[in-house]
Write a protein that binds this ligand. Sequence first.
Ligand code: PLP
Length: 382
Amino acid sequence: MNKTVDQIARPIHMVDVIGQYKRYQTEIDEAIMDVVKSGAYINGPAVKQFERNMESYLGVKHAIACASGTDALQVALMAIGIKPGDEIITSPFTFVATTETIALLGGVPVYVDIDPVTFNINVERIAERITSRTKAILPVHIFGQPSNMNRIMEIAKANNIFVIEDAAQAVGAKWNNQKACTFGDISCISFYPSKNLGAFGDAGMITSDNDELATIIRSICNHGASVTYNHDRLGVNSRLDSIQATILDVKLQYLDQWNARRREVANIYSSLFAPYADLITTPVTDPSATHIWHQYSILLKNNRDEVMTALKLQGIPTNIYYPIPLHLQPAYSSHGSKQGDYPHSENTSAHILALPMHSELSDDDVHYIADHIIQTVNELCH
Ligand SMILES: *Cc1c(COP(=O)(O)O)cnc(C)c1O
């Protein structure tokens, strides 16, 4: 028996950062107090320890902590030596940071439309966008499902260009049993609180297997200095607080368990929605991918706003990632894209709806949410 409205004792959240904290409160509080007492508040031993633990978790040679996922992207682009006019091939269906950092550095985002089934960049359309000015391919592992990294690496090698993985949503995800962040020349991670591995504030990481790039990245994050007060290159201030590092280090131990729970939640949603395939399109996992479900997003035929409002009244939050693809954002209109250029991204933006997805959802919660969605969609989407 599924629960009725009155039987659900607690509110449903899109992401439950407080619920997760409470489950590990003693351990996290102790770790925080250890840092407070240590006095080493920035880039202290806790940061070094977290970097080493991320290196072994991901299987990468270098993990360099920084202040945010956005900084990770900016520093990665600086490290490959992006110059004004350089083109970076990426997806228009993502969070703004990917394109913003390219544009900030004078680069030109060159979009390739998504595959409407996985929402990731359509790898079959990348080669046709490569020019003599292409510096890198920047795939985004959207919603926690890696892009086809084997194909992207092949294209990059054939054309002698860099690959930067935007793995902000994909820590722990795999492509062909190989972890995201281990394919590209550089990879970027966000520990924004709502990400699968979330800090209690802003935090990010840059990874690489390339010793030379790693040295450059460390230096850029530290004002372009290799030795203190010796500035060899243009840099930024992008460091990680030790408190954030120690929180993340505690949480890292549970990441695989949480990602596994997200997969269970996704499976329950998909099986409950399966009989309603004419009304609800469920997200698809590529057979080569190990998805970590940063988001679980369905597609509705019509009346999405009405469905969202009706669900909100029933205590069920939903959200839209992303309502406007980046090529149609006013800030990036100077890059010359127009409506109709990337139809799969535009169509996905118009119909997609993200459901509550996190490690703290119980089976009852998921049944409750799904039942109400089915009922609401049946009423509103014919
Ligand atoms: C969250 C996110 C970022 C930015 O990370 P911040 O830590 O918020 O700066 C970049 N790219 C993608 C795809 C993201 O989801």
